[in-house]
Design a protein around this ligand. Structure first.
Ligand SMILES: Cc1cc2nc3c(=O)[nH]c(=O)nc-3n(C[C@H](O)[C@H](O)[C@H](O)COP(=O)(O)OP(=O)(O)OC[C@H]3O[C@@H](n4cnc5c(N)ncnc54)[C@H](O)[C@@H]3O)c2cc1C
Length: 404
């Protein structure tokens, strides 16, 4: 244990103020830790968490696989935190809605588990959608669909800001960490000019794709280290517009809850910086692209996606895709090959006090709060929020030398 850990107060630095960094910071601050959050951008929402709105929704699979079970635990943690931040007045009904989500089972995909794989709490989570729910979504009666009751739409930037308001957190914007180094005194974090930003006993890298670069710097300085940390960029774009600009008949047809299953459609939510209700469809998936400009062809791809997801609505939505009306947002998800995040220490013997919280992929809203709780539990010796057979699948240590 380093010198900096001695004494009563626990101090930690988190790099990155997206959903991951904000969740870790809040989980630790709630436990009485002093948390310094360093964010490269001058505003929140610079990375993928700048997404205007997204879903926290369960994943289902016939065998109730690892991803399904972890996502369910994650959604539960996100809903609980959003509810608690609402109770404390940090979030409002304009920021998120526990709406439930209808999943259109296109081509019969996404079968519910059955037999031994059926989770005990299954009925509380996901069921076959009723005829009333299917028709409310504007789909023909008999369309295969699931109803997820434990699911919500959420504006990520609002959740980030609300979590960072937890007492005990200090946020420094415009503070890019270029390099990290370890000594017996703790972790030193340096900027691009070689100035020391902070010296800290524990550090959490929640800097999305940049996490790989910061780790590579450590690896390069120690050729003995074996670390294969295959973070990949996965660009995505959503398309959106004002509900009021749609024909009146189309406005009346908008589903009263989000629909997913081939991308997702959400309506009635304000877009960032705009008070009016908007509709949102997305999103695209483009591998190995680190650029996030909004592209016309991606709006066309999202319109095609809507044709499949909600065919009856799509025709009436066509005017909303006119160039003078359509708006877009694009960002870069960062993913790991097994589609699960990397959480906790990477190599606690060689690098004590270094933790990761990254690789949220397409599920940062669903997974980040759970990951923040996992890191807080590891650092405070409390029980891990996941059963051990699941916890090992998100452990950052799975990428260390000699790991599977
Ligand atoms: C189009 C699209 C749609 C999506 N839809 C959904 C959805 O419906 N549901 C869902 O659950 N998820 C969704 N996601 C995924 C979700 O947005 C991400 O998983 C999540 O935002 C990742 O959060 P993060 O904090 O790990 O990364 P980021 O939000 O990228 O945050 C990383 C932060 O670190 C900062 N940073 C980076 N490097 C440094 C450095 N060296 N020093 C200091 N700061 C640094 C960055 O500026 C950034 O603010 C979607 C993503 C996209 C792109």
């Amino acid at each position: 244990m380093s010198d900096l850990r001695e004494g009563g107060d626990h101090h930690i630095t988190v790099v990155g103020a997206g959903l991951s960094g904000a969740a870790v910071a809040a989980s630790l601050a709630q436990r009485g830790w002093q948390v310094l959050v360093l964010e490269a951008a001058t505003d929140l929402g610079a990375g993928a968490s700048g997404l205007p709105v997204g879903l926290a929704a369960p994943h289902v699979s016939p065998d109730d696989n690892i991803l399904s079970r972890i996502t369910r635990a994650g959604v539960q943690a996100t809903l609980a935190r959003a509810q608690s931040l609402t109770d404390s007045g940090h979030l409002t009904a304009a920021d998120w809605g526990w709406s439930g989500v209808l999943e259109h089972r296109i081509k019969g995909k996404r079968e519910l588990p059955s037999g031994k794989a059926l989770p005990q709490e299954h009925e509380q989570w996901s069921t076959r959608a009723s005829t009333a729910q299917v028709t409310a979504a504007g789909l023909p009666s008999g369309t295969p669909a699931l109803w997820h009751s434990q699911a919500a739409w959420l504006r990520p930037q609002r959740l980030v800001a609300a979590q960072l308001a937890t007492p005990g957190i200090t946020l420094r914007l415009g503070c890019a960490v270029q390099r990290i180094s370890y000594s017996s005194a703790g972790w030193s974090l340096w900027d691009a000019q070689g100035q020391l930003l902070t010296l800290t006993p524990d550090v959490v890298l929640a800097s999305a794709f940049d996490t790989a670069g910061l780790l590579q710097g450590l690896v390069d300085s120690d050729p003995e280290v074996g670390l294969n940390f295959p973070l990949h960029p996965l660009r995505g774009q959503i398309s959106f517009g004002k509900v009021a600009d749609l024909p009146a008949a189309t406005q009346a047809q908008l589903p009263p809850f989000p629909v997913n299953g081939h991308g997702s459609f959400i309506s009635g939510v304000a877009a960032p910086g705009q008070a009016e209700a908007h509709w949102f469809i997305g999103s695209t998936f483009e591998r190995d692209c680190t650029q996030a400009p909004v592209r016309t062809e991606d709006h066309a791809a999202n319109q095609t996606r809507l044709n499949t997801l909600l065919p009856a609505l799509a025709e009436g939505m066509a005017p909303g895709f006119a160039p003078e009306q359509i708006q877009g947002w694009a960002g870069v998800r960062c993913t790991l090959p097994d589609r699960l995040p990397a959480v906790g220490p990477v190599d606690p013997v060689r690098w004590p006090g270094l933790h990761l919280c990254t690789g949220m992929g397409a599920r940062g809203i669903s997974l980040s709060v759970l990951c923040g709780e996992a890191i807080a539990s590891l650092l405070t010796g409390q029980p891990h929020p996941l059963q051990s057979e699941l916890a090992k699948h998100v452990a950052a240590q799975r990428f260390a030398k000699g790991a599977r």
